[in-house]
Design a protein around this ligand. Structure first.
Ligand code: COA
Length: 325
């Protein structure tokens, strides 16, 4: 059930060379929610750590958010020829066709392989594993990976237990071919799933999200902690070696429990959930882009990424953060 994608025999690796992010401009605060739901700012903050979330209006699609984040990632990247594009999303604008070909064409990349991938909030890590495979196999010299979601459309607007949790956004990462051991090289990506627990988080269409919060909470902590340890051990790191833990921003209590279980001190955890909520597949690249821009994440920091989501799915990987232009 759990697979690790190890680097190829030539010690070729996928190397991060750019990150970007996009958020809708409209913000919904906890105070806005208390005006229409039977809840309080105190309840939401104490249970989730969330104070506000960005929400896309009808004029801003998942595809639009993906294009915005990718444009920023490409603008801030070392120059590369992108030869494949993967969009991780649970909330595509339509069932068919996939989001990625349209995103590629809007970026001027018509003709390259482009496809979507769905793995809930773990989607970005699944997409990184895919990009790593494309690069190490020699299929693509550089790959653009995007996580984009409009999760705020999934809950029933009257459901006070799920509405406060989710926000919309996108994050993107450019990866190029390089060598194991150089800064930015992805370590093995640990991935897993358990479909016997598919009913814990499910939605057939917008407005129908069902979540069994306590069970999801328990599984999220357990799965992210175990995957993190496995990914760290795969590159010979102890927890003390980590400079930054970057967990999927499901909510602050979950990420706090993961950090405590791993023994990672508070000042080595990156978080943005207070300002954006749970943005699904966008969560990790959005946080990486913001933390790079504001200096919380610096070149040569040893970073551990971990995520958990509907499926159930989970994953983790490591890298030493590169010196981005
Ligand atoms: N405001 C006020 N009260 C609320 C509320 C809200 N927004 N939402 C739920 N409540 C109430 C419930 O009705 C319940 O009341 P009762 O005891 O009278 O029945 C009480 O608070 C406790 O509800 P419960 O669902 O047991 O709370 P919880 O402590 O499990 O916290 C979550 C709820 C959703 C915050 C928590 O389960 C969680 O974080 N789960 C994981 C969610 C997640 O991150 N999912 C995505 C993973 S990728």
């Amino acid at each position: 059930m759990t697979a690790a994608t190890a680097p190829g025999p030539q010690a070729r690796a996928a190397v991060v060379c750019g990150v970007g992010a996009a958020l809708p401009s409209a913000v919904v605060s906890n105070a806005d929610l208390t005006a229409r739901l039977d809840t309080t700012d105190e309840w939401i903050r104490s249970r989730t750590g969330i104070a506000q979330r960005h929400i896309a209006g009808v004029d801003l699609s998942t595809e639009d958010l993906a294009v915005q984040a990718a444009t920023q990632a490409l603008a801030g990247s070392t120059p590369v020829a992108v030869e494949a594009l993967v969009v991780a999303t649970t909330t595509p604008d339509r069932c068919c066709p996939a989001t990625a070909p349209a995103v590629a064409s809007r970026l001027g990349l018509t003709g390259i392989p482009a496809y979507d991938l769905a793995a809930g909030c773990t989607g970005f890590l699944y997409a990184l594993a895919t990009a790593s495979g494309l690069i190490t196999a020699g299929t693509a010299q550089a790959v653009l990976v995007i996580g984009a979601d409009r999760l705020a459309c999934l809950p029933d607007p009257e459901d006070r237990t799920t509405v406060p949790l989710f926000g919309d956004g996108a994050g993107a990462m450019v990866l190029r071919g390089g060598s194991v051991g150089e800064d930015g090289a992805l370590g093995p990506v640990v991935l897993g799933s358990d479909g016997t627990l598919a009913d814990l988080i499910r939605a057939s269409h917008p407005g129908t999200l069902h979540m069994e919060g306590a069970e999801v909470f328990r599984n999220a902590v357990e799965r992210m902690s175990a995957a993190s340890l496995k990914a760290a051990r795969a590159v010979g790191w102890d927890v003390e070696d980590l400079d930054r833990l970057v967990p999927h921003q499901a909510n602050a209590r979950i990420t706090g429990f993961v950090a405590r279980q791993l023994g990672v001190p508070y000042d080595r955890q990156l978080t943005n959930v207070e300002h954006v909520g749970n943005t699904g597949a966008a969560s990790i690249p959005l946080l990486l882009a913001q933390a790079t821009a504001d200096g919380r994440l610096k070149a040569r920091h040893r970073v551990l990424l971990t995520a958990f989501g509907a499926g159930l799915t989970w994953g983790a990987t490591t890298l030493t953060w590169p010196d981005l232009p």
